[in-house]
Design a protein around this ligand. Structure first.
Ligand code: ATP
Ligand code: MG
Length: 568
């Protein structure tokens, strides 16, 4: 396409609202524009890449035997009410009413709808296994939309759902999706790792996330370079740190600690390290108040706590609730005499002679020992893993990095099929619930992640596979007839070979054209300048600094080869 006719509204300035490279570059390179918080339009160049990412995913899904269909984004409430998720989604779900007052939502994910569809149409074991998918717009009223299309309120997801006769069948369907995801993300040029993920309080027998390692990623991943163990921090099992060396239990002391509230204050006051304290955190779990205990230097992992409690809502208790249950101000909570379920992290269970709040404002207890001074309702891993912890598989030190979750695969089991009565008749005519899996990829987020991993100070560096165009031909002087003729020849030659090519025929200074070509990240640049008198053009790859002089036909051949190689 001729650049003079294209709609590529590039920006010189970095938009103030954009914090991360991909967001900045998607705006600057004219790939998209913002309409509202977390709502974007894709412009022609952005949409071209978007569709390529989508097509790669589609091809890999088809290759894995999944069948594409499309469902509405506007969905009646009944299905979600039946599964219980009408309430679970809370404010993240966009809800609306039609003119006669019926409840609808804009689909945040489609498990219910696929289950309903399959249940009405599939009865026999002979029709299974079955994997269906769609590439469709989802709506989530995210608490914090940010980073452009990384976390937006409207986004496109490839969501797939598998239906099997039994767990063994699910394992096969799941593995196929796993492999399809690897191929799709490889083809997009992403460097990713697959991590074990939490299956949530609602069950499910296994789940993995595809994470693109990146400092700006909102997910935290714990991984072990020695054995390859990798898990989302929410899921990663913690090995308790060795407990303190003291063996003898000292006698319990109540110590007046006026104005001492935070762990820092306590450390100063007692002149102990954080490891000698145990934090007692008061939580509201649905209608219940519970206490969770972790070592002073640790962070509580709310997902682990929520999974243990099997509650729908979990939040830190407000000061009134804390005072009511402990009889003291916030900052003095402790387990001794507390009338609540007390969930104790294994590290705390192994501690001796430690310090806790006394459930009395202005006091702490010293030399506390579990079992002697209080009882745990349960001892359960509820803390966050940290860098340097022991790997739960091989004991080597764990590393922690940030990642962008681009895909998620999940063995659902019979959660939805039981709730929605999605059954089939087996060989003996018995009714059996189908065993399901669900599999999601964020298309917009994947595209942004590709940019996040492939850019420099001048702009995007698209891999050939998802570049909006493969080659850009730049005549330095558009009023020079020889240059223009050569540029046209290259342009037409490449087009004829099926290469997607842009011709920058704008009457602009060459510096401007080079800057734009770099910003929008076209992988191959062919510049036609003064050397064309000798039949020579300049050939350069966006990812390299160097360029080389080639004859016109050589440049065409080399570009074709580069593109073919990149599309393999
Ligand atoms: P996150 O933890 O980032 O909110 P999620 O666990 O809610 O993600 P899933 O429900 O598993 O995500 O959705 C499948 C995929 O959809 C994710 O892996 C991600 O790529 C994409 N996705 C989810 N939420 C968003 C969003 N708000 N904007 C863009 N993509 C999203
Ligand atoms: Mg989410």
């Amino acid at each position: 396409m001729r650049v003079s006719q294209m709609f590529i509204p590039t920006l010189r300035e970095v938009p103030a609202e954009a914090e991360i490279a991909s967001h900045k570059l998607m705006l600057r390179a004219g790939l998209m524009r913002k309409l509202a918080s977390g709502v974007y339009s894709f412009l022609p160049l952005g949409y071209k890449t978007f569709r390529k990412v989508e097509q790669i995913i589609r091809e890999e899904m088809d290759r894995a035997g999944a069948q594409e269909l499309i469902m509405s984004a506007l969905l009646p409430a009944e299905f979600y009410q039946e599964s219980g998720r009408w309430d679970v989604f809370g404010p993240e779900m966009f809800r609306l009413k039609d003119r006669s007052g019926r409840d609808f939502c804009l689909g945040p994910t489609h498990e219910e709808i696929f289950t309903e569809t399959v249940k009405h149409e599939t009865r026999s074991y002979r029709s299974l296994p079955l994997t269906l998918y769609q590439i469709q717009t989802k709506y989530r009223d995210e608490r914090r939309p940010r980073f452009g299309v990384m976390r937006s309120r409207e986004f496109v997801m490839k969501d797939a759902y598998s239906f099997d006769r039994d767990e063994a069948g699910l394992d096969v369907s799941y593995k196929k999706m796993y492999e399809a995801y690897c191929k799709a993300f490889d083809r997009c040029g992403l460097d990713y790792i697959v991590v074990d993920a939490d299956t949530g309080a609602m069950g499910g027998s296994g789940s993995q996330e595809f994470m693109v390692k990146s400092e700006i990623g909102e997910a935290e991943i714990a991984f072990c370079e020695a054995c390859g163990y990798a898990a989302n921090v929410e899921k990663a099992e913690c090995v308790p740190d060795a407990c303190c060396d003291c063996t003898e239990e000292l006698s319990l002391e109540k110590v007046e600690t006026p104005n001492v509230k935070t762990i820092e204050d306590l450390m100063k006051f007692f002149n102990f390290s954080q490891k000698k304290f145990a934090k007692t955190l008061i939580y509201k779990a649905d209608d219940k108040v519970v206490a969770a205990m972790i070592r002073g230097d640790r962070e509580l992992n709310e997902t682990k706590l929520q999974n243990h409690l099997k509650c729908i809502e979990l939040e830190m208790a407000d000061p009134e609730t804390v005072s009511k249950i402990t009889g003291a101000d916030v900052g003095f909570a402790g387990p001794v005499g507390l009338k609540a379920e007390i969930i104790v992290d294994p590290e705390v269970a192994a501690m001796k002679n430690f310090v806790i709040g006394a459930n009395e404002t202005g006091y702490h207890l010293k030399n506390v020992n579990i079992d002697r001074d209080f009882k745990a309702s349960v001892v359960k891993d509820i803390r966050n893993i940290v860098e340097g912890d022991q790997c739960p598989k091989c004991q080597a030190p764990i590393k922690v990095a940030h990642g962008i979750e681009v895909g998620h695969i999940f063995k659902l089991g019979t959660k939805y099929s039981k709730a929605l009565n999605c059954i089939y008749l087996d060989e003996t005519g018995k009714e059996v619930p189908m065993v399901m899996g669900c599999y999601g990829i964020g298309v917009n987020r994947t595209m942004a992640a590709v940019i996040e991993q492939n850019n420099d100070e001048n702009g995007i560096i698209w891999p050939i596979s998802v570049a909006p165009y493969h080659v850009i031909v730049i005549p330095v002087n558009t009023t020079d007839k020889t240059q223009m003729e050569a540029a046209e020849k290259i342009y037409n030659g490449l087009k004829a070979a099926g290469v997607e090519v842009m011709l920058d025929d704008r009457d602009e200074r060459p510096g401007v054209k080079f800057k734009d070509a770099d910003l929008i990240g076209i992988p191959v640049r062919i510049t036609v300048g003064k050397k064309i008198g000798d039949g020579i053009v300049e050939y350069k790859l966006r990812k390299n600094k160097e360029f080389k002089d080639l004859k016109i036909d050589e440049a065409i051949d080399e570009a074709i080869k580069e593109v073919q190689e990149g599309l393999k």
